[in-house]
Structure formats: C-alpha cells, structure tokens
Design a protein around this ligand. Structure first.
Ligand code: ADP
Ligand code: MG
Length: 541
C-alpha cells in the first residue's frame, strides 16, 4: 500500500494537505464559537457581529476546502486503482502458462473488480480519512492546550485508551478480510462458469438448475461481505461506547474547571466539541486502522510475484538457422505421464506433420516447443542451444502458433487478425487469400470490420479457424506450429490453406492433424505418428 502512496506522492500529499486544512478550520470554528458566545454573554453586540461575520467567511472557506479535498481524493483513488490494476496485469504476465491456467478467468475478473473495490473501501479512502482524523485529533489537542493544560492531559489519556483498544481486533479482522477475498473469488468463478454454460443448461432443460446455482453463487458472494461488515460494525460499536464514556468523563472535568473559574464559562460551548473531536477522531482513526489491516491480503495478491527471483535469459535472440531437436523429452501433468523419452528433429525450412489419436500428447508437444511448459525432462535444442535459456517472449519472436481451440476477441475481424499492428493492405490481402478467408468476407456486409461477438460466437467454427490462420500468417513467423488448425475446415478450404502453407518454401511447418489423406502425407518431408506414450513411428518421404 505504502508503495503506491509513495509512487503518487504529489496527489497523495495534496489530499493530505486538504484533509489537514479542513480539520484545522473545524478547530478554528470552535474558537470562533467560543468568542461568539463570550461576546453574546457580555451583551457586546459590536464584537458579536464581528465574530459572526468572521464565522460566516470561515464556514465558506471550510466548505470550499471540503469540496477541493473530495475532488482531489476521488482523483487520487482513480489513479491508485488504475495503478493496482496495471500491476495485476503485470503479475499475470509473470505467470507461466500452467500457473496462469491453474486459476480460471473468473477469479482474475474478481481480482480486477471486487478486489480493487475492496482496496478502495478498505485502504485508499480509510487512509486519507485517517490522515484527516489524526489532524482532527492534533488540532483539537492543540486548541485544548491553549485553553487549559489539564484539558490537554485528559485528551491525551483518552487518546492512549482509544489507541490500544483496537489492537484486540486487528488480527481477527485481517483473517476475516482474507477469507472474504478468497471466498468471493471462488464464488465469482462459479458464477462465470454457470453463465458460460447457459446454452448447455438450456439445451438439456435445466433452467431450474441455472437459477438455483445462480442463487447459491450469489449468496456466496454476499455472505463473506456480510460477515466482514458485521464484524466491522460490532467492533466499531464497542469502540463507540468506549469513546462515549471518555467524552462524559471529559465533560465532567470541563464543568469542574468552569466552576473553579479557571476557564471562562463560554469555553463550555466549544470545548466539549473539541473534546468530542479528540474522542471521535481517535475512535474513527482506530476503526480505519482496522480497515486498512483487512486490506492487506488484497495487496498480497498483487505483489506475490515480487518475491520470485527473475530468471536470467540469453540477452539476445538468435534466430534458429538449422534445426530444433527434442532429446529424450518426457512430460507429465502433475502425476500423469504424457510423453516419455521422445526424440524428434525439425529442420528449418522443412514441413512436418504429427498425427496420433486424441489425448496422446500432440498439443502438449507443441506447447513444449513454444516454451509454455518448461517443466519437462530432456532437452529442446535450438541449433544446439538449450531452449530454456530463452524467455517465452524471445521464442515467440520466431515461432508462431495456431491453437486448437481458436480464441477471438470480441472486436472486428481486422483487429483479430492484426492484433493492433499496422499491416499494409497488401500484407492483409495476402493473409486473407492464403487463409481462404476472402470468400467469407465477400458475403459479410461489413467485411473486415465485422464484429465477431463474444469469443467469436457470430462466426462458424471454420471461419474462426480461418481468422486464426490469417492472424498467424500475417505475423509472419518463420516457424509455424499448427494444432489441428485445418480440422474445422471443409476439404476445399483445408486444401487451399494446407497448400499455401506447404508451398511457402521459407516456412518451417509443424502441423498436427488427426487424419491426413495419403496424398497429403506425401507432401510433408516427414510425418511423425504419435502413439499414447512412448512409440513414435517415423515416416519419411
Ligand atoms: P492431444 O493434443 O494429442 O489430443 P493433449 O496434448 O492435448 O493431447 O493432451 C494429452 C493428455 O494430457 C490428455 O490426456 C489430456 O487430458 C491431458 N492434459 C492436457 N492438458 C492438461 C492440463 N493442463 N492438465 C492436466 N492434464 C492435461
Ligand atoms: Mg490436441
């Protein structure tokens, strides 16, 4: 938390300045009130009018400062929230492929929405209020000291009590805050899963289940928040009672001093407010401190990656000139072995096909080549250099990938292909032809500017695959890994695409396919047949 406040010290200081000024003006207004009372009690109307005018001006200034403080605080919260989200994106980018997918996207969405909202209500706003409350307490103590030293001592004693009281709750609140964050993330991911499965439930007439599960997930979101807010209120009320007792004791002291003639009677009008300022300020401050303690687990999620030592990679990416060699590669998902002692070689510029039954590890093999699954045994050598000495970003400079389950962003076909890069019209046209997407576009009124819908829902499976192929082709990586990239295409379109890939002499192609016709197989330099675990049958052409 302090990291973010320090990073934005200018706006943070501005908010603190306005908070301190606002509470300083509050204390000043109490002095003005005492003066008004004193002049009224002495029937000095000239003095009374003077203090009334000063009071009116001061109240005006006070509200201007309040408005400035609130606007600056809102701006600061906006900047801080955006920065926390920014760091969350970075922390996601630090995750390895498997680590990223070990949590589902619903949980990440919960981080970006719920957690940020909680950070705002538990940390940012309470922090600024805390500064204000400390200022309120200090200003009140200062003014009380000016009236009589014993009032200051009394307020300091009350400060000590109010300070130590919340310590009793601090640990528990932190624990409850953590539980709340974890439970909400799980509930949100269940909700997301349920919404994604809408079509399945409707298709099987399980709409009741949709509502039942929705209700249960909804309460799972609400329940921890309710628990947190109840505990927080109970703590707040107990502290409120302690502060009232302190305030009553202080009132007794003020009255005693006035009876002894040590303070002027008019002081009674303002000093009880000042005393209340110390007590309320401290009471509020203690509650806010607890709230800030409960925000700690939310910050830990963002900074978790900071503790890991960054891995050292080769400084420069040297394009692969000769071959990629897989030596004795074995790989397991947790305890489940998928690949065992596999030896394969892919020479640059040649065309390879990998076939094999579903589940035998073809996609896993491509992900190892992409550098996404670094926890394998054996070696992947790029011109003799260990692939693990390069970062995933470096590998992806030369290796392109068409995934088995195509993902499209909910934007235009153009943006899904270019991913924001400024390609020329010729480059775009070539990619559209080679992926045989041009025919589809001809029948779409908006052409390349057709919006594809959530996860590309407005396109057919084949069209989605053609967009993915165009995306990979235009990015022009010299090694292309295609995971069943043509499986959803009809024979004609598959022919067009496969021919264009095979005819590209500079391209190194590693294509996974369930079924390849004998004629097609002959066009590859080598076909590897994978069998579930171990056996690879090489077929060279
Ligand atoms: P293929 O592409 O040949 O159909 P995959 O490489 O996708 O096969 O998967 C091989 C096996 O690994 C399958 O049995 C699959 O269930 C399992 N598998 C794939 N991904 C994961 C994962 N992330 N976690 C656990 N098991 C997985
Ligand atoms: Mg697969």
């Amino acid at each position: 938390m302090s990291h973010y406040l320090r990073k934005n010290w200018k706006i943070t200081s501005a908010v603190c300045f306005f908070q301190i000024t606002e509470w300083g003006l509050q204390a000043l207004l109490q002095i003005l009130l005492i003066q008004q009372f004193d002049s009224a009690m002495n029937f000095d109307f000239k003095r009374f009018t003077f203090w009334i005018i000063i009071s009116l001006i001061s109240w005006g200034i006070y509200f201007i400062v309040c408005a400035l403080q609130e606007c600056t605080q809102a701006k600061a919260v906006r900047i801080l929230n955006n920065q926390v989200r920014h760091d969350l994106y970075i922390s996601l980018l630090h995750k390895k492929h498997q680590e990223y997918h070990s949590q589902d996207s619903g949980e990440y969405i919960s981080w970006m929405t719920n957690n940020i909202k909680q950070i705002e209500t538990l940390a940012w706003n309470p922090f600024f209020d805390c500064v204000g409350r400390v200022a309120q307490v200090l200003w009140s103590i200062f003014v009380l000291f000016k009236i009589h030293w014993s009032l200051m001592i009394a307020s300091l004693v009350s400060a000590a009590i109010m300070w130590s009281f919340p310590k009793l709750f601090e640990k528990k609140m932190e624990q409850i805050g953590k539980n709340c964050s974890d439970k909400q993330a799980i509930a949100i991911s269940r909700l997301k899963d349920l919404l994604s499965g809408f079509d399945v439930l409707r298709c099987f007439n399980k709409t009741e289940q949709f509502i039942k599960k929705g209700d249960s997930a909804s309460d799972q979101v609400e329940e921890p928040a309710y628990h947190l807010s109840c505990t927080s209120s109970i703590n707040g009320c107990s502290m409120g009672y302690v502060s009232v007792v302190i305030q009553i004791l202080s009132d007794i002291l003020i009255v005693a001093l006035a009876f002894q003639g040590k303070i002027m009677p008019a002081v009674l009008a303002g000093s009880s407010n000042l005393f209340a300022g110390v007590a309320n300020g401290l009471n509020k401050f203690s509650t806010l401190r607890l709230s800030i303690a409960a925000s700690r687990p939310y910050f830990e999620k963002i900074t978790a990656h900071d503790t890991e030592k960054p891995k050292k990679y080769q400084e420069k990416w040297e394009p692969i000139q000769n071959a990629i060699t897989m030596e004795n590669i074995s790989f397991s998902y947790e305890q489940k072995p998928i690949l065992k002692d596999m030896n394969l070689q892919f020479e640059i510029g040649k065309k390879y096909a990998i076939t094999g039954p579903s589940g035998c590890g073809k996609s896993t093999l491509l992900k190892i080549l992409l550098g996404w699954l670094p926890e394998y045994n054996g070696k992947v050598l790029l011109d003799g250099k260990d692939s693990r000495s390069y970062s995933v970003e470096q590998l992806q400079e030369q290796i392109g990938y068409i995934e088995q389950n195509v993902f499209l962003f909910n934007t235009t076909i153009r943006e899904n292909i270019t991913l924001g890069e400024p390609f020329s019209d010729e480059q775009l046209q070539k990619a559209l032809n080679d992926s045989s997407l041009s025919n589809d576009l001809a029948s779409m009124p908006d052409g390349l500017d057709t919006v594809v819908g959530e996860e590309g829902r407005n396109l057919s499976g084949g069209q989605k695959q053609r967009v993915a192929i165009a995306r990979a082709l235009i990015h022009n990586r010299s090694i292309l890994l295609v995971d069943e990239g043509t499986s959803a295409l009809d024979k004609n379109n598959a022919d067009v695409v496969e021919r264009s890939l095979l005819n590209n002499s500079e391209l190194t192609l590693i294509l996974i396919s369930h079924h390849l016709s004998p004629e097609r197989m002959n066009q590859f330099d080598k076909v590897y047949h994978l069998k579930p675990l171990n056996d690879i049958i090489n077929q060279s052409n």
